[in-house]
Design a protein around this ligand. Sequence first.
Ligand SMILES: [Zn+2]
Length: 108
Amino acid sequence: MDKPDRKALLEGLRAELRERIQRYEDHRHRISGVLDKDLEDQATQAQNDEVVDGLEEEATEELAQVERALARINAQLGERCEKCGDPIEAGRLEALPYTTRCKNCVAS
Ligand SMILES: [Zn+2]
């Protein structure tokens, strides 16, 4: 079986996340420019803003984790747990390409 190119996969994921975060930023800036809305619209808008903020936060965290995994791959440590130094299970790397910890260390 061919080993999946984890680095390429993570780089793709990083590009995707950056684009997503950019879209959330655009959304926020557009909203702050709109002032002449009635109250009901503002309430809906505020709700949307909360959703978008949550999504942006999630994407930002995910991006940080992807960057961390890429940095470790570049340092030739991509397949080792950042905590205990043991190899990370292959199945785990496949399922979660951005992970930097082995199964045992994730919970702690
Ligand atoms: Zn570990």
